[in-house]
Design a protein around this ligand. Structure first.
Ligand SMILES: Nc1ncnc2c1ncn2[C@@H]1O[C@H](COP(=O)(O)OP(=O)(O)OP(=O)(O)O)[C@@H](O)[C@H]1O
Length: 325
C-alpha cells in the first residue's frame, strides 16, 4: 500500500507531489494525491476513465492550476515554471497533432528550434518510424502515424522529463513494440518518464513503478511486481477433472499442487495451467475494491460538476507557448 512519504519534496526527485487537489466546480477530481518520481525512473499512472490522471499530468506540466497541495517538477513549482523550465520538459498530449498543411519533417524541425539542445531531426523521425512519411503533409497521415508524430515532437527537445499521456492509443501492435523500444532507449539515456496508459501490458513492460488512482485518490503505489495485496498475487492452478469440469486452486507452491494432482490421478491433469495474476488482474481488483468502498453521496456530487474553461487541450504546444488554462 501507499508508502510513507516525507512532508516536503524528496531530495533528488524529478517530481514531488503532496496532497494534490483539483476541483472542477463541485467535482473533486483529485482528493489529496502524494507521490515522488525519482530521476531516471519510468513511472506509470494507472486508473479508470475519469480517475484524475490527466488532471494530475496537466497540473505537473504547468497547464492547469491546482486547487490545493504541493507540487515540484524538476525543482520548480509548475504553476510558476517559465520558458526555460518548459524547455526541459517533453509533452505528448492525449489528443494528437492537428491536421496541418506542413510536412512531418518541417513540423519536427520547427519544434526543434524551440530547444537549446535538440536531437537530430531525421534521427527522431526515424526513431518513431516515420522516415517514409517525412515529406508527407500532416493532414495526410493516418491516426497512428499522427500519434507517432506527437511522440517525435515530445522527444525532439531532448527532455529531462517526458510526459506521455496515453501515447500509443491508435498504434498497431508492431508500432506499439517499436514505441516501447524508443522509450527504453530514452530511459537508458536517463530520461525521467511519466506515463499514463490504459494498456496494462504497456505499463508492465516500461515502468519501474506504477501508481493506481481511482476517483481522485491514490489506491496503491509500488514496483510493477509488488502492487496489490499479497493474496491477489498468489498463483492459480487450473485443470479439468475426469468429468471435464473446470477446477482451480490458489497456492504459493503451485508445483506441489501439480505433483499432488498427478499422484492422485495417476496421470497428467487435463488442460493443466499455472497462472500468475498479471498487472491487469491486480489492477482490476484494486479498482473494484475502490468502487465497492465508494460513498454514494460522492457519485451524486460528481454528476453536478461545472466545466472549467478550455476543457482538454486539443493540440500540443511548444516550450515557448504559454498555455495555462
Ligand atoms: N475541464 C474540466 N471541467 C470539468 N470537469 C473536468 C474537466 N477536466 C476533467 N474533468 C473531470 O475531472 C475528472 C477527472 O478527469 P481526468 O481527465 O483527470 O481523468 P483521467 O483519469 O485522465 O480519465 P481518462 O482515462 O478518461 O483520460 C473527471 O470526472 C472529468 O470529467
Amino acid at each position: 500500500m501507499t508508502s510513507q512519504l516525507p512532508d516536503g519534496p524528496a531530495a533528488g526527485a524529478a517530481v514531488s507531489v503532496r496532497d494534490l487537489r483539483k476541483s472542477y466546480g463541485s467535482l473533486e477530481a483529485l482528493r489529496g494525491v502524494s507521490f515522488d518520481i525519482e530521476r531516471g525512473e519510468t513511472f506509470a499512472l494507472l486508473g479508470p476513465n475519469g480517475a484524475g490522471k490527466s488532471s494530475t499530468i496537466e497540473i505537473l506540466e504547468g497547464y492547469r492550476d491546482r486547487s490545493g497541495g504541493f507540487a515540484s517538477v524538476l525543482g520548480v513549482d509548475p504553476h510558476r515554471g517559465g520558458v526555460e523550465w518548459k524547455a526541459r520538459l517533453g509533452i505528448v498530449l492525449q489528443s494528437g497533432a492537428e491536421a496541418a498543411d506542413v510536412t512531418v519533417r518541417e513540423q519536427v524541425a520547427h519544434f526543434a528550434r524551440f530547444y537549446p539542445r535538440p536531437r537530430d531531426v531525421d534521427e527522431v523521425i526515424s526513431a518513431v518510424g516515420l522516415t517514409d512519411k517525412a515529406k508527407t503533409r500532416i493532414r495526410n497521415l493516418s491516426g497512428g502515424q499522427r500519434r507517432r508524430l506527437d511522440v517525435a515532437l515530445g522527444v525532439v527537445g531532448r527532455p529531462e522529463l517526458l510526459f506521455l499521456d496515453e501515447p500509443t492509443t491508435g498504434f498497431d501492435p508492431e508500432a506499439r513494440h517499436e514505441f516501447w523500444d524508443l522509450i527504453r532507449g530514452l530511459k537508458r539515456e536517463g530520461t525521467t518518464i511519466l506515463l499514463t496508459t490504459h494498456y496494462l501490458d504497456e505499463a508492465a513492460q516500461l515502468s519501474d513503478r506504477v501508481a493506481v488512482i481511482a476517483r481522485g485518490t491514490l489506491v496503491d503505489i509500488g514496483a510493477v511486481d509488488a502492487i496489490g495485496d499479497a493474496s491477489a498475487r498468489v498463483p492459480i492452478v487450473r485443470w479439468r477433472d475426469s468429468a471435464g469440469r473446470p477446477r482451480s486452486e490458489r497456492s504459493e507452491t503451485p508445483g506441489a499442487v501439480v505433483a499432488r494432482l498427478i499422484a492422485e490421478l495417476g496421470t497428467e491433469p487435463r488442460n493443466l495451467e499455472v497462472i500468475r495474476p498479471s498487472l491487469e488482474d491486480i489492477y482490476l481488483e484494486l479498482v473494484r475494491e475502490t468502487d465497492t468502498a465508494i460513498d454514494p453521496m460522492t457519485s451524486a456530487a460528481e454528476s453536478g460538476s461545472a466545466a472549467e474553461g478550455g476543457g482538454r487541450r486539443s493540440s500540443r504546444h511548444s516550450a515557448t507557448e504559454g498555455d495555462r488554462a
